[in-house]
Design a binder for this molecule. Structure first.
Ligand SMILES: Nc1ncnc2c1ncn2[C@@H]1O[C@H](COP(=O)(O)OP(=O)(O)OP(=O)(O)O)[C@@H](O)[C@H]1O
Length: 280
């Protein structure tokens, strides 16, 4: 649905920020863009959202050149959730905030209300429709920003560092929400430093380093080369670290919490069986 061809970009002509980035996002994918601070991840998404124009190369949306599209045009296809939800929340109640997009598109009050209700239910905020947005927790604000994007019925959602500033419970809730939205057919592109979130949700990983794309492949294969991972300034997910430490106890390295849990339950079961065999 989205294609970047040899994208170049510089804020100042003498300092290139993105060099020759090519990538294709297929409908229904869940991908994560990762890399050190300043590697160009946010800039890349600004270009996708038409908030900046590339200095070279071309962006295609649904197979058609998108160079003439404005940020408002792109927002109908791709929802963008900022790293800091306070930057995009400005209305007095949760329901009013989420209804901004459909109102701007000229939907009737009934359609706007239905889209808002559906989006707030999807993110688990139905009970807070009358709440004052600044009084929400960081995680709730993040989910409100996601709901606002969902009311536009986008084909794709881009989230910039969605777990930053959130506690473990909110991060876990967000991972479940994103997985559910993906299973419902939404294409998701995540910019993140949170390797646990990547491991929990993303199928494909793209690594940026100094403005270049240096890795593009299945998330699982990213963690096979630890030396390379360190060179890119990345760490492995906590589940993988824990499972590696349990290898002497018969656990296979994995970054899937479910696989690790199953493996431990199996080990426990086998140990119990061995113990009971010894007793009798
Ligand atoms: N508005 C701007 N004007 C000038 N330079 C900028 C601007 N925004 C970003 N940069 C520079 O562009 C480069 C890429 O920044 P960008 O924010 O895209 O990186 P990032 O990978 O998203 O970093 P982070 O993980 O810290 O958010 C950095 O060197 C940054 O200083």
């Amino acid at each position: 649905m989205l294609e970047l061809r040899n994208i170049q970009f510089a804020y100042h002509p003498s300092t290139p920020v993105l060099r020759n980035i090519s990538l294709t996002v297929t409908q229904g994918e869940f991908l994560a863009v990762i890399g050190r601070n300043g590697s160009g991840k946010t800039t890349l998404t600004r270009l996708i959202m038409a908030l900046k124009k590339p200095t070279g190369g071309e962006i295609l949306l649904h197979g058609r050149p998108a160079g003439h599209l404005t940020p408002a045009d792109m927002a109908r296809h791709i929802g963008y959730v900022f790293q800091n939800p306070d930057r995009q929340i400005f209305r007095d109640t949760v329901a009013l905030e989420a209804s901004y997009g459909p109102e701007q598109l000229g939907y009737s009050p009934q359609q706007t209300e239905a889209l808002t209700r559906e989006a707030l239910a999807a993110v688990g905020l139905s009970s807070l429709t009358g709440a004052y947005p600044p009084s929400l927790s960081r995680g709730q604000k993040q989910r409100l920003a996601i709901a606002s994007a969902l009311t536009m019925k986008p084909a794709m959602l881009i989230l910039d560092e969605p777990t930053s500033g959130q506690d473990a419970r909110e991060r876990e809730r967000l991972a479940v929400l994103l997985t559910t939205l993906h299973q419902a057919g939404l294409t998701i592109l995540l910019i993140t430093h949170d390797m646990d979130l990547l491991a929990a949700c993303a199928q494909r990983a793209i690594v940026m380093s100094q403005g270049e794309k240096v890795f593009d492949g299945p998330a699982a294969s990213l963690f096979q080369d630890m030396d390379q991972l360190k060179k890119w300034g990345l760490t492995e997910p906590a589940v993988l670290s824990i499972s590696r430490q349990l290898v002497p106890r018969g656990v296979t390295p994995t970054f899937s919490l479910e696989e690790l849990t199953n493996s431990l339950i199996n080990r426990l079961g086998r140990n119990r069986h061995a113990e009971s065999s010894t007793t009798y």
